[in-house]
Design a binder for this molecule. Structure first.
Ligand SMILES: [Zn+2]
Length: 62
């Protein structure tokens, strides 16, 4: 289960956070999901869902 998190970086620190799925830069609030002891970061739960659909499909085709 994921959770919303706020980017703690100040604007002058320029810590870029990118969505795992679409690669967009997320300026403030991002959606974090823990998986296999690492964190996946998404724009929102929709991107997480698409990511999972994508990987499930890829595994099926392989
Ligand atoms: Zn995204």
């Amino acid at each position: 289960m994921g959770a919303w998190r706020r980017n703690p970086a100040q604007w002058y620190e320029q810590t870029m956070v990118y969505c795992e799925l679409c690669g967009r830069v997320i300026p403030k609030n991002f959606w974090v999901v823990e998986e296999d002891s690492r964190e996946l970061i998404f724009c929102d739960p929709d991107c997480e869902q698409l990511y999972r659909d994508y990987w499930v499909q890829t595994r099926r085709q392989a």
